[in-house]
Design a protein. Sequence first.
Length: 364
Amino acid sequence: MEGRRRFILKGAALVAAGAATQVVNAPNVIAQPKFQWRMATSWPPALDVLQGSAQRFAKIVDEMSGGRLKIQVFAAGELMPAFGVFDAASQGTLEMFNSAAYYWAGKEPAAQWFTAVPFGMNAQSTYTWYYYGDGLKLWEETYAPFNLVPRPSASTGVQMGGWFRKKINTIADYKGLKMRIPGLGGKVVAKAGGTVVLTPGGEIYSALERGVIDASEWVGPHDDMKLGLHQTAKYYYYPGWHEPGTTGEFTFSKKHYDALPADLRHILDYAAAAMHTFMFMEYESKNGIALQKLRTEFKSKVEILQVPAPVLQELKKMATEVNKEESEKTPIAKKVYASYTKFQAYISDWGKLSEGPYQNFIAG
């Protein structure tokens, strides 16, 4: 019996030794490379939804990749200026950024359509264009010359119309108005006689407070209060005709994106798509809370007003002209404009029978 026990123990030891040898050698066979990336955003650190969305994205990628792809996130100004992220990723010195495509209109006019279009589609229709129309394909084509790979990040939903020091009663009130407003919406304001200023989010408060600008839009009640805009201007207008379905971007340096294994590229793509749901819902929740706060705690300091219908009609006419003018600047802008316009026409027809009547009835 004792001899049998020694044999079993010896055999077990040999098996264990063999297993140990296999474990030691296994990493040489199945080891996978790890990647350390940096993401720079265009958002101030105080904006918990926008900057928080970037942080959540990095966390999801880390978890889904089993730690093989870690992304360090930097707010605007921490690694580079808010509007320096595009060039850094384009040149390959930064792995990725989180921003808004209309900031790059000076590089390519077509980029504006991938953030927001005045009197355009809402969030759900815009995302449908990206994933079930030509939207994402055209965005990739637009960014290809810059060595960038774009992905829609998240939507704010319909935004507010902005903060104004003086009331907007007629379209003439835009003449001479200095307003912080980017993209196609900014070009509409310019056509109405205003002066457009492109200011990073973290600088809007001081610009309004010092009178450098007369008005500014940002996102909605939650973010706008985080920036302190309710302390700098009295009149808060709705709706956000200039940004009815604003989309952000997670954009990757093509050099670094292509260097990843296929599974990690897929993780980046799906994590970006997931952020739309998370951030859109978070804004819906927090904007509702912030709006009630404005109406109660700040009702003596802030007036929430609707843009007069005649003013909206004039702005819509100008927007139609601006969109057409911008589309004629480059061949890719013309393609994007044609695709967006065609998609909006048929998706809006469905909306007139579904969302439109329902929302009008509930609101009525």
